[in-house]
Design a binder for this molecule. Structure first.
Ligand SMILES: Nc1ncnc2c1ncn2[C@@H]1O[C@H](COP(=O)(O)OP(=O)(O)OP(=O)(O)O)[C@@H](O)[C@H]1O
Length: 261
């Protein structure tokens, strides 16, 4: 393993049995190496195994065969080294913004010596003045920023994001996307994002992993070389978008054909 590598996924397979007793190959022969500090997005149609893959990296599930490692150590259970943020961030409704962010530290019993970090992260996500607000008193976009800060306060080696902007309007989405890029610089964290949004993937990523379903496989990995900030309306951006949409379309057409045959 090169010292550049942080996450290694080797020959990973995961099947489920559905409610009709059919075997679902959620992930088949997945191989992926993620570099330290890299921003990788995973895209693909519904059911292609994106969340299954992210949950395996988080340690919330284990593969049937194959192995996943973080810095050479096998991933077998959740760990604050791998922060995990989901679509509806799962804030504790009975805790304020600052208390929610502090839970990351409290869970590791390091709150007292790191108390000042809470204010630092509130500042970083731009929620000064909302420290004492409860989740029902802030917007969905603010709540997602709190969820991201709660994961980042543990200074995770990797931040795993399962459609954290999925339920937000496009304006708030764009705002959080920029925040993520800032936080990435500040924290040096590797980020792995599951998204349905091709533009979001191009705007943020160093590489985009395209997956196809039945069985869930990696069909292609694209490197995005554009410098930041990326112009969403620029010709290079639009050309990459066209290319990805065509690949997704082709992948799903091929898969439908295999299904019929
Ligand atoms: N716990 C489970 N039990 C049975 N089948 C499951 C389970 N979890 C996932 N699956 C199946 O595995 C496949 C991959 O699911 P997964 O949620 O990883 O896909 P996804 O790409 O994240 O989908 P979406 O974009 O809709 O969230 C799907 O066919 C799904 O129905």
């Amino acid at each position: 393993m090169s010292s550049d590598t942080i996450i290694e996924i080797k020959e990973v397979n995961r099947t489920y049995i559905d409610e009709k007793d059919n075997t679902v190959e959620a992930l088949k022969d997945i191989n992926l190496t993620i570099k330290r500090g890299e921003f990788v997005s995973i895209i693909g149609s519904s059911g292609c195994g994106k969340t299954t893959l992210l949950r395996l990296i988080a340690g919330l599930d284990v593969p049937e065969t194959g192995i996943l490692t973080l810095d050479g150590q096998e991933i077998t259970a959740p760990d604050p080294q791998r922060g995990y943020v989901v679509q509806q961030g799962g804030l504790f409704p009975w805790l304020t913004v600052e208390q929610n962010i502090a839970t990351g530290l409290k869970a590791r019993h390091v709150y007292r010596q790191n108390k000042a970090q809470v204010a630092h992260y509130i500042n970083l996500i731009g929620l000064n003045g909302f420290e004492k607000a409860y989740p029902h008193q802030i917007s969905g976009g603010m709540a997602q920023r709190v969820a991201i800060a709660r994961a980042l306060i543990n200074r995770p080696k990797a931040l795993l994001l399962d459609e954290p902007m999925g339920a937000l309007d496009s304006f708030t989405r764009a705002d959080i996307q920029d925040k993520l890029l800032e936080l990435r610089k500040e924290n040096d964290a590797t980020m792995v994002l599951v998204t349905h949004d091709v533009d979001e993937a191009i705007y943020l990523s160093d590489r985009i992993v395209i997956m196809t379903p039945r069985p869930g496989k990696i069909s292609e990995i694209l490197s995005i070389k554009m410098s930041h900030p990326r112009d969403r309306g620029g010709s290079e951006f639009l050309s990459i978008r066209g290319d990805i949409l065509e690949k997704l379309h082709l992948a799903s057409a091929r898969q439908e054909l295999e299904y019929i045959i």
